[in-house]
Design a protein around this ligand. Structure first.
Ligand SMILES: C[S@@+](CC[C@H](N)C(=O)[O-])C[C@H]1O[C@@H](n2cnc3c(N)ncnc32)[C@H](O)[C@@H]1O
Length: 210
């Protein structure tokens, strides 16, 4: 006799239902702790293509079970309202007690679900960003995966970093655009102060001087 048969014979329907739900919950937590696997499941390029997920796990693991507030700029799918939301769904699964918020310049409301709320607006619109911040719990994590334009990334950081929770984590993806002219980057003048890399090098230099 299998364990399943034994349980079916000796437990009530309700007891079996509770066991099934508990097992599914435990499985989902175990599964949900590996962001590289979750990136594959939810089809965001934060895993395979970019290799960000191991780093995310290093820094986010301590927050995994907390009631965090995460704000990500860039929902994905550009102008197509039916596309996008991959990374938001991945964060929702990983931070199973968290509230996940997204910002995109296009309407992404079709991607909203329980614990995922999305705001439409640009990452360089200060009034819009402040309005979003007033509507959501103080963010523990902010991720900029939006336009990747150097000027935008720096401006967004200047507006949003001050409203990050004390001890929170601010992430900027795809900083290789620092060297891509189409994004306002520069590979000729490596000292150009307007690139993402040089802006942040400047900040860390100043911190070392404090
Ligand atoms: C790389 S995709 C985001 C991918 C998503 N985070 C993921 O990992 O699944 C970039 C998104 O940023 C949005 N975007 C581009 N410019 C923006 C801006 N100025 N403000 C806000 N979002 C912007 C685009 O519409 C696009 O959906």
């Amino acid at each position: 006799m299998t364990l399943k048969d034994l349980l079916n014979r000796n437990l009530t329907g309700l007891q079996l239902k509770v066991i099934k739900k508990t097992v599914a919950f435990i499985k989902s937590i175990g599964h949900g702790s590996n962001l590289t696997r979750l990136a594959k499941i939810y089809k965001t390029d934060k895993g395979g293509d970019h290799f960000y997920t191991p780093h995310y796990m290093t820094h986010f693991n301590k927050l995994k079970n907390k009631r965090i507030s995460l704000l990500e700029i860039g929902v994905g799918g550009d102008e197509n309202p039916k596309l996008g939301g991959a990374s938001l769904r991945m964060w929702k699964r990983y931070f199973h007690n968290g509230e996940i918020f997204g910002i995109d310049v296009y309407d992404k409301s079709l991607q909203e679900e329980n614990r995922i709320k999305i705001f439409k607006g640009s990452q360089i619109d200060k009034e819009f960003l402040i309005d979003v911040i007033e509507k959501i719990p103080e963010p523990d994590i902010i991720i900029d995966d939006g336009s990747h334009i150097n000027e935008h990334v720096i401006l967004t950081y200047k507006i949003l970093f001050p409203v990050l929770k004390k001890g929170g984590i601010y992430v900027i993806e795809d900083v290789q655009t620092s060297y891509w002219p189409d994004y306002g980057g520069d590979y000729n003048n490596l000292e150009n102060p307007d690139t993402i890399m040089n802006f942040f090098k400047g900040i860390s230099k100043n911190l070392l001087l404090i």
